[in-house]
Design a binder for this molecule. Structure first.
Ligand SMILES: Cc1cc2nc3c(=O)[nH]c(=O)nc-3n(C[C@H](O)[C@H](O)[C@H](O)COP(=O)(O)OP(=O)(O)OC[C@H]3O[C@@H](n4cnc5c(N)ncnc54)[C@H](O)[C@@H]3O)c2cc1C
Length: 532
């Protein structure tokens, strides 16, 4: 169990302070602990885990930021190895069904079937035209190639700044040819079929940007990540923190919740510790921040002149989209409700995601949602029945605009006013209507629901615009030199979803890259050897 900073303060001397207890923060702490380092993890929320935390209401529990993770069920994959390494093999995963995602446009449904060949062959049954079928083959080859090339794009981020400046572009030259184009630009080189483009980008909500805006490398990484299907942590996503924490503690490390960092203390160009929101100072020879570049550079280091050189990049790199999530509880089993593990991606009856998004943003209160994602976490977790017998949960997500909620941003959680509650209720009903349209058997079975808004995300995880995925994943993002493990301040390092990409895979890989950059050791080789 983590300690609460409200009740006790760190007393010992630590080798590292790590700000934020999301997956990247705790994973970095676990990797460094295995290098014999004593790590102090400071988390401002009252629950540890960042987006991997769960919350409870009445007799239900929901996972906030994990619906499915790819590759973890394949022992030889780096992601599976990393999870085994940071948890000492204590975290278990349950695979989803053959159909991991179903893409729905109006009345038409398209299944994503696990396994590369199955994926291609099944998709071809919806697209009998030989030109489309050839495009599907090309598409899969392309996402595999781009995903492979991305390794260079991210590993260069562990290089010291000078080496990065001198050789970075050369190292990532293959990846640059994919990252500098939008998803739509690349897909249009293989097909002009809008329906095929719409279906192939049916998971765009996993990185929050429609095809004409997102970098193709982000799309490729995501689509390739799930080609082998998805998995869910047995016991729910809280098991991630529960299984990593003992590894951190083995080397004398400790995690504190309710521990909000206000400032990184810099002396003579070096990070020497942090100042907490209660004014207390905690010193350590090395500091890492996992709370995002905006929060780190514009928040914890806002008065630091060495950061000025990034000001332009920081201002030019927007936050990713925010989201609305309706957490739903039902007093029935999955069997009684006839629900399964497949995620549903529901779109308007128009295959052009960018148009759907533009229509929605022009009139968010009346236009159709550009996407609605429905996930059934209780069905995915084989341990759920032991913890919550006779109950089921689901989550309905759509993209949300922070601007719509700005007028309430200075109000307090749970006390934002009747107009806010009424607005939330209106959105909740709209989302339930979509649910009942596609799963009519659930009408009349809902026992509890609660909507989170971009303000909830800001309140709990501190993303200033309620963003889901840190920085936007545009082609420009992948050019930013500030997205590096090393900072202009000695002994201060960055990790987290901004350093690689959003997603569990991105956050976890970021922790390894940061550990490699900071220790100058081949940690990846060590992890592979330790998990053979
Ligand atoms: C709704 C939703 C669904 C998702 N679904 C999936 C999915 O199915 N599969 C997948 O792979 N990915 C998914 N993701 C993305 C994934 O969860 C994230 O990309 C990943 O967990 C980010 O990890 P992180 O460590 O970078 O950051 P975070 O988890 O955001 O951790 C940062 C932590 O820092 C803390 N913090 C912030 N400021 C301070 C401060 N000043 N002092 C101390 N602590 C601070 C925050 O409270 C937070 O705990 C989803 C995300 C969301 C929001």
């Amino acid at each position: 169990m983590p300690a609460s900073y409200k009740k006790e303060h760190p007393q010992e001397q630590y080798d590292w302070i790590i700000i934020g207890s999301g997956l990247s923060g705790i994973s970095l702490a676990a990797i460094l602990s295995k290098e014999g380092k004593k790590c102090l993890v400071l988390e401002r929320h009252y629950t540890a885990g960042g987006y991997t935390h769960v919350f409870k209401r009445r007799d239900y529990e929901w996972d906030v930021g994990i619906h499915y993770v790819g590759e973890v069920h394949r022992k030889e994959k780096m992601l599976a190895r990393l999870f085994r390494y940071i948890t000492d093999g204590q975290l278990e995963w349950e695979e989803m069904d053959e159909v991991y995602d179903q893409i729905i446009f109006g009345k038409e449904r398209f299944n994503y079937v696990k396994g590369t060949e199955n994926f291609k062959e099944h998709l071809k049954t919806y697209f009998p035209d030989p030109e489309d079928q050839a495009a599907i083959d090309k598409y899969v080859a392309m996402i595999r190639a781009a995903s492979h090339a991305s390794k260079d794009l991210f590993s260069k981020r562990a290089l010291p700044p000078l080496a990065n400046r001198l050789f970075g572009n050369f190292i990532s030259r293959k990846a640059n040819s994919y990252s500098r184009k939008t998803t739509r630009e690349v897909l249009e080189t293989i097909t002009k079929n809008e329906k095929l483009i719409g279906v192939l980008t049916g998971q765009y909500g996993d990185y929050g940007m429609p095809p004409a805006q997102s970098s193709f490398i982000m799309h490729a990484l995501l689509a390739k990540h799930y080609l082998g299907g998805g998995s869910f942590p047995i016991g729910g996503s809280a098991r991630i923190f529960e299984t990593v924490e003992p590894v951190i503690e083995k080397s004398g490390g400790k995690v504190f919740t309710n521990a909000s960092v206000e400032k990184i203390i810099v002396k003579n160009g070096k990070a020497v510790g942090v100042k907490m929101s209660d004014g207390k100072e905690i010193l350590a020879p090395k500091v890492a921040s996992s709370i995002g570049v905006h929060n780190t550079y514009l928040g914890l280091l806002k008065d630091e002149p060495k950061i000025d050189k990034f000001k332009q990049q920081l201002e030019g790199t927007e936050a990713s989209s925010a989201h609305l999530c309706l957490y739903v509880g039902m007093k029935y089993t999955a069997k009684e409700l006839n629900i399964n593990k497949t995620n549903l991606w529901i779109y308007p009856d128009n295959f052009n995601h960018d148009e759907n998004m533009a229509n929605y943003l022009a009139d968010p209160d009346n236009a159709e949602f550009p996407l609605v994602y429905i996930s059934f976490p209780s069905v995915k977790d084989p341990d759920w029945e032991n913890r919550y017998p006779g109950k089921s949960t689901l989550e309905i997500i759509t993209l949300g605009d922070y601007g719509t909620f700005k007028k309430w941003e200075d109000s307090r959680w749970k006390k934002r006013g009747e107009d806010y509650d009424a607005y939330k209720e209106k959105i909740s009903q709209r989302l339930l209507q979509v649910l009942f349209k596609y799963l009519p058997q659930l009408e009349g079975k809902i026992d509890y629901y609660e909507l989170s808004t971009p303000l909830s995300t800001k309140h709990f995880v501190n993303y200033q615009k309620g963003e889901i995925y840190g920085l936007v994943h545009t082609p420009e993002r992948f050019e930013q030199s500030m997205l590096n493990v090393h900072t202009p301040i000695k002994n201060l390092y960055l990790t987290g979803q901004d350093i690689v990409t959003c997603g569990i895979g991105g956050a976890l890989s970021a922790s390894m890259i940061t550990a490699m950059g900071a220790t100058k050791k081949n940690i990846m080789k060590k992890i592979i050897e330790a998990t053979n």
